[in-house]
Design a protein around this ligand. Sequence first.
Ligand SMILES: Nc1ncnc2c1ncn2[C@@H]1O[C@H](COP(=O)(O)OP(=O)(O)OP(=O)(O)O)[C@@H](O)[C@H]1O
Length: 339
Amino acid sequence: MLETRRLTVRYGRTTAVDALDLALADDEIVTLVGPTGCGKTSVLRAVAGLLPPSDGEIRLGALHIDARHDVPPEKRGVGLVFQDFALFPHLSVADNVAFRLRDRRPAEHWIERLGLAAHRQAMPDTLSGGQKQRVALARALAHAPALMLLDEPLASLDAALKAELRWEIRDALKAAGIPALWVTHDQTEALSVGDRMGVMHAGRLEQIATPDVCFRLPATRFVARFLGDAAFVPGRLEADRLVTAIGHAPAPRDCAGERVDVLVRPDDLSLQPAAGGDGGNGHVAWARYEGETRLYGIGLDHGDTLRVRTNHEHDYARGTRVAARICAEHPLAAFPPAD
Ligand SMILES: Nc1ncnc2c1ncn2[C@@H]1O[C@H](COP(=O)(O)OP(=O)(O)OP(=O)(O)O)[C@@H](O)[C@H]1O
């Protein structure tokens, strides 16, 4: 449906997007995530037709767009949803959603589907942030776009609403069978709503894969750190296992090199108070209560600090002698040693 080939966007001397190759399947939701300034919005704006590609090509269905062949935004068949909703303030909810539609039935369908029926006649400034975003989404969906582009659609909403609305948006896109490119700087959002996610860094895609692959088997240390707490423990590859001083785990299929740094995240580790034959390998340096879980900083005897997440029931005081061990049964990512 959408394909970019070496898409490049420059602003003067700044290269915001650097030879990006990206392809979306017909009903696929792909999230684009990365730190501020990495170029996510520029990708979206180039695909939407809001700025021209400096180099490379965009294929949207049968359309071919490049620096010399522009297609105006309204001829691209894309729907846009922005962080700031962009509703018409002088039109009611119903008229916003049905704007420029000859047949109002699709507008009615999405008003019902997105829980806006009671607000049909309301004006935008009387709606909550979540309701405004539902209206913006209904308006975009009512035009049955071939592709939906979402730019930080949940950024101005509070945490509880974000969590609820991201599933609603995903469900609505899936129900309509519309593929989407969804830009966010929120890792949890990118991990949870994308069929695949692309992690961008300095104008380039560092990795594009399913969320669980990006999280468990990041392609680079940058992706590992960007998507969550990451520690790198020295280890070695023995047959099909990664062996470290704090335990072992299956090696990924493509693991190469005898000496490696093994990625361990806080939930790949378990914590036991040192007792009996196990004298432990460190002590509790700090503890944070998180509600369902607790996060501990464990000062290992050889000097490094590891973060370990446990169930909230395990309450260890600072200074407690403990054994931190790898408990992950899935393959852990391995990288060439840093030194
Ligand atoms: N209109 C512009 N003129 C000049 N430079 C720009 C312009 N828009 C963006 N840039 C630069 O291009 C780079 C990428 O910006 P872009 O907005 O695409 O990143 P982003 O990943 O979406 O960031 P954010 O999450 O902060 O929105 C940044 O270095 C930014 O400063």
